[in-house]
Design a protein around this ligand. Structure first.
Ligand code: ATP
Length: 353
């Protein structure tokens, strides 16, 4: 197939397995984002794709060609690192042109590609400077430009925006997506940032402990996580979990509140579950019957919205409300949206249904 195919990758450092049977496919032009907790193997996976690590087992195919045993240089893959990795003694122009010169690309072609990169990344005025004379954002633009001019078959990004402040991150994120759309090359992007992952990905890959937990379109992973780990990992502000047991199609929560949840209709009584609730799937109501009783703990103003942390009899919950609503305090009631609530089995954490 055209595109990227990763099949059964395994890699251990000494006796510690770091990649345990990692497989996925990405069609031509896809933007793949890999997220997961620190140490789950994201960087090792990228470095394995680039040929900077040798895998113990498995295959990497790019446009139908097995590249697993090729040297990094022969793979035609460009990687952008968090720390820019520019040559400090070379000018921006030389940094960008270096790989092309090594491949004996004709001068006129090098000039044309540098001009394209300058236009896409607004770095034309920086060409004669050294990396030490650039800001972090400018350095990363140059590093992206250097990757871009190589016209690679695959772009790899290892947390390229993590050293930048929020505004700059957003600008560069948009530029990366624009360049990706224009070039149509597959990108594989590692990040810790939820928003970045959701906003960039066509395909979101969630890893844990060397394995892929879930892979899918970002919204599908957000709305239909396969287990409690993915549900808790994806989404900001994070999902809350309330322990419950099942009784006649209802979740009976701590404190005795009962919530009828459609997906529990056929579940045997006494089954132990956890109810996953996102802050935008709950609302504050008065202390009416049927609502979960609680006390407002902390409120955080987020601009358009407000996040209200409530200690309820069933556990801690966060409620996202419009900043236009009156700021709540003291005793409140919280109502769940039964259609939106996710049910996870205890203790496995697998989603029900
Ligand atoms: P982070 O989000 O913190 O960057 P990560 O998901 O990218 O983490 P990796 O850098 O791939 O994780 O590391 C995965 C595991 O492999 C970690 O436990 C790490 O300590 C270990 N590891 C990485 N490189 C080596 C190495 N060269 N030798 C031994 N262990 C290593």
């Amino acid at each position: 197939m055209s595109g990227l195919e990763i099949e059964g990758l395994r890699k251990a450092f000494g006796s510690t397995p770091v990649l345990r049977d990692v497989s996925f496919e990405a069609a031509a032009g896809s933007f793949v984002v890999i997220v997961g907790p620190s140490g789950c193997g994201k960087t090792t996976l990228l470095r394995s794709l680039a040929g900077l690590e040798t895998v113990d087992r498995g295959a990497i195919r790019l446009d139908g060609r097995d590249i697993s045993d090729l040297t990094p240089a022969a793979r035609n893959i460009a990687m952008v690192f968090q720390n820019y990795a520019l040559y400090p003694t070379k000018s921006v122009r030389e940094n960008i042109a270096f790989g092309l010169r090594q491949r004996r690309t004709p001068r006129a072609e090098i000039a044309r590609r540098i001009a394209d990169a300058c236009e896409a990344l607004q770095i034309g005025h920086l060409l004669d400077r050294r990396p030490s004379q650039l800001s972090g954002g400018q350095r990363q633009r140059v590093a992206i430009g250097r990757a871009m001019v190589r016209d690679p078959a695959l772009f790899l990004f290892d947390e390229p925006l993590s050293n930048l402040d929020a505004g700059l991150r957003n600008d560069l994120r948009i530029e990366i997506k624009r360049i990706h759309n224009k070039m149509g090359t597959i990108s594989v992007f590692v990040t810790h940032d939820q928003l970045e992952a959701m906003s960039l990905a066509d395909i979101l890959v969630v890893m844990r402990d060397g394995r892929i937990e879930q892979i899918g379109a970002p919204y599908d992973v957000f709305r239909k996580p396969v287990n409690k780990f993915v549900a808790g990992f994806i989404g900001t502000p994070a999902m809350h979990f309330l322990a419950a047991h099942v009784e006649d199609g209802h979740a009976v929560l701590g404190g005795g509140s009962r919530v009828e949840i459609p997906s529990l209709a056929a579940v045997p009584n006494s089954t132990l579950v956890e109810i996953g609730v996102r802050p935008d799937d709950v609302s504050l109501v008065g202390q009416e019957s049927g609502a979960i009783a609680g006390l407002v703990d902390v409120t955080q103003e987020l601009g358009t919205n407000r996040l209200v942390r409530v200690n309820t009899v069933a556990g801690e919950l966060s409620v996202l409300q419009s900043a236009h609503e009156p700021r709540p305090a003291g005793p409140v009631g919280v109502r769940l949206s039964p259609q939106r609530a996710l049910v996870f089995l205890r203790p496995s954490g697998e989603i029900l249904g």
